[in-house]
Design a protein around this ligand. Structure first.
Ligand SMILES: NC(=O)c1ccc[n+]([C@@H]2O[C@H](COP(=O)([O-])OP(=O)(O)OC[C@H]3O[C@@H](n4cnc5c(N)ncnc54)[C@H](OP(=O)(O)O)[C@@H]3O)[C@@H](O)[C@H]2O)c1
Length: 412
């Protein structure tokens, strides 16, 4: 049985419509609502121990269950010179989490690659001071020692401009401006101003300017990046078609995001529906999924159109996930030979990158997205699972309950 976790709004900014199983809903408190303007009070705390979830048992048949997780409690670590201790507030759960288990995330380890909003509670690190609210990468844990000098976070060292902006050696590791912390909750900092929103923003910017006459297809519309990309397209007044897995999710794209049409990407007559939805062809395609949907859409793209390829969700959610091996960025994101051929033949402009390449321009992005949020032209779509003890249920729900938008764990 599934239930709807309601569409609530606070100060007209945020709503969500996540679906969780009834059993999970009783125990895992999906808040189903984001926090709007005004940020939060950041209480200090100094416990003697911290808690961590580890990957404790291999999966059978790629099915993630509670058995895979074990909670451990450890003494609070010392803070060596050059490092700081953070308290994790919000952790974004990535669709690639399951595919990391057993590979990058070894048995007995926590998954270290989660984008997080945290508060610095003790610092011997020159770039972070006590009380700072930062973006960083964290494990499934309440506290962690990190360093601004850590170059290993994400996809390699930061470029010079980002180092100058962040004052750290990583793209992903930086202090949020106090104005941003005053204005926005940690959930919104991690969603709209985290990798989801910034990917959508830079993707649509690089495929832009999006003109009111543009015919735009946004795949992954019910997911975290696509939901924001679709709203950015609508904010520019262009015609936009979104996609969901099933008729209900397709309808959600229209009702919640305001796109012009929502199509069920699983429909048997999808090709015919696409043709009907795009009588003038497609000028811009935002593709976070790859796979068969992208094959169908690419065929309808106009000469000299723009293609933004950033992700491979179709592979992540497949019951037998393909091993995605990157030959180039497009291939890494699930682009097939036939799609590459169409891109070449039709002289389509291809944008395919990891978002950090634009992080030197992050402040402009934050300003623009803040204005769009304040003007109610976009909203954050997030599903928040509250409580450290509920983390495994939340992570599992990413694959069983298909929460709309960004799935987030809130620890403090
Ligand atoms: N390049 C970058 O810098 C960057 C940044 C962020 C994310 N990413 C990548 O972008 C991808 C999407 O991320 P996300 O956070 O938006 O994911 P997400 O929130 O998990 O959403 C996934 C979306 O994909 C759709 N989907 C799943 N299987 C599909 C299929 N077979 N065909 C078509 N659509 C399908 C889902 O639709 P339903 O749920 O309705 O079925 C949902 O809308 C991931 O691969 C992620 O790693 C890249």
């Amino acid at each position: 049985m599934t239930i709807d976790t309601s569409s609530l709004s606070r100060r007209g900014l945020i709503r969500t419509a996540g679906k969780v199983t009834a059993a999970a809903a009783l125990t895992a408190p999906f808040r189903g609502v984001g926090v709007g303007v005004g940020g939060v009070a950041w209480a200090a705390s100094s416990p003697k121990t911290y808690r961590k979830w580890i990957y404790a048992k291999p999966m059978a048949d790629n099915k993630l269950t509670l058995d895979q997780f074990k909670m451990v409690e450890e003494p609070m670590p010392d803070v060596p010179q050059g490092k700081c201790l953070i308290e994790v507030k919000v952790l974004n759960i990535h669709s690639g989490t399951r595919s990391r288990l057993g590979g990058q995330t070894k048995l007995g380890d926590t998954d270290k690659s989660n984008y997080a909003c945290a508060r610095v509670i003790k610092s011997r690190d020159k770039s972070f001071k006590e009380g700072d609210i930062i973006a960083c990468q964290a494990g499934w844990q309440t506290h962690q020692v990190i360093s601004s000098e850590d170059e290993s976070i994400g996809y390699g060292p930061a470029n010079e401009m980002t180092i100058a902006l962040n004052g750290t050696k990583s793209h992903w590791n930086y202090v949020f401006r106090p104005q941003m912390v005053k204005m926005w909750s940690p959930e919104i900092l991690m969603d709209v101003f985290g990798t989801s929103g910034t990917t959508a923003y830079f993707g649509m910017r690089e495929c832009g300017p999006i003109m009111p006459t543009d015919q735009v297809a946004v795949a992954g519309t019910t997911g975290s990046v696509g939901a924001l990309a679709a709203q950015l397209v609508k904010a520019r007044g262009a015609y936009c078609v979104g996609f969901g897995g099933g008729p209900e999710r397709a309808k959600w794209c229209v009702d919640t995001l305001g796109v012009d049409k929502g199509l069920d990407y699983r429909a048997k007559d999808l090709d015919a529906q696409l043709k009907a939805a795009f009588p003038k062809g497609i000028d811009v395609y935002s593709d976070g999924v790859g796979g068969s949907l992208s094959e169908s859409i690419a065929k309808l793209m106009n000469p000299n159109s723009r293609y933004f390829s950033y992700g491979t969700a179709a592979a992540y959610y497949d019951e037998n996930p393909a091993q995605v091996v990157g030959r180039n960025a497009g291939r890494l994101f699930g682009m097939s030979d036939s799609v590459e051929k169409i891109i070449k033949e039709k002289n389509i402009k291809l944008e395919a990158w990891i978002v950090h390449v634009f992080y030197y321009d992050r402040l402009k992005c934050e300003d623009d997205l803040s204005h769009l949020l304040l003007n109610k032209q976009i909203k954050s779509i997030n599903n928040v699972v509250e409580g450290f003890e509920n983390a495994p249920k939340g992570i599992i729900s990413q694959y069983t309950d298909n929460p709309y938008g960004k799935l987030q764990l809130k620890f403090a």
